[in-house]
Design a binder for this molecule. Sequence first.
Ligand SMILES: Nc1ncnc2c1ncn2[C@@H]1O[C@H](COP(=O)(O)OP(=O)(O)OP(=O)(O)O)[C@@H](O)[C@H]1O
Ligand SMILES: Cc1cn([C@H]2C[C@H](O)[C@@H](COP(=O)(O)O)O2)c(=O)[nH]c1=O
Length: 228
Amino acid sequence: MLEAPSRRSARFITFEGGEGVGKSTQVRRLLNNLGRQSIDAVRTREPGGTPKAEAIRSFILQGRSEAWGAGSEAVLFAAARLDHVHELIAPNLDNGVWVISDRFCDSTRAYQGLTGGVDDRLIDALETLALDGHTPDLTIILDMDPEAAFRRVEQRAIEDGLQATGDRFEKEELDWHQRLRQNFLDIARANPDRCKVISAEQSEEALEAAIWSLVSDRFPELQGRAAE
Ligand SMILES: Nc1ncnc2c1ncn2[C@@H]1O[C@H](COP(=O)(O)OP(=O)(O)OP(=O)(O)O)[C@@H](O)[C@H]1O
Ligand SMILES: Cc1cn([C@H]2C[C@H](O)[C@@H](COP(=O)(O)O)O2)c(=O)[nH]c1=O
């Protein structure tokens, strides 16, 4: 299992969890809070973050990889991650810019590995290859009941004027999402230093405050700074 290295001043923080738990919302809020403290930070996401990785994202999430099975999908996610790490994550960290990513390697372990049944040895090998040493310093796992999270996703679709059709993974059955939730909790238990679980069943503002408290406790350069 991954241990976070302490090699640089810029920090690499990832958000993980099931569908619709509020990751993107909290990535944005954390970025704003860091900006208010004059911390230079970029927001990114997986799959995606670079043009090549975004192309792989479209291919997978529109369902075109579905027939290939979870093992091939794990390889595709890793290919996207390899480009993302080399083209965006590593250069920013090397320049002292914090990187905040909406999903990263734990999603492959949770979705394709533990939920999709792909062998741990393949997941471990892909992770080593794609990360090339860029283990997150902190991973925040947002946890909530998937049924409640679905209601948020439906509401988001209504607000966006779209039909809630769902991507490749959002279409899975409820018990699949319940297993996924448990699998993220198991990943957190196996990586207690790097991963912190926070209940996402609270208001956006309360969750933002809980995340700021966690992040500022974790990194000495933020201590004593309150979110405004
Ligand atoms: N704490 C919260 N309470 C209520 N609604 C929320 C909360 N956080 C986010 N939402 C709403 O829930 C919906 C999903 O949020 P968001 O897109 O941030 O989740 P996500 O985890 O990134 O989703 P996905 O897995 O689909 O990318 C949005 O409409 C958002 O406004
Ligand atoms: C990185 C990664 C992602 N996934 C899945 C998880 C979600 O269903 C989608 C991404 O959509 P989001 O709205 O941006 O959360 O992709 C995965 O199965 N494996 C991965 O490694």
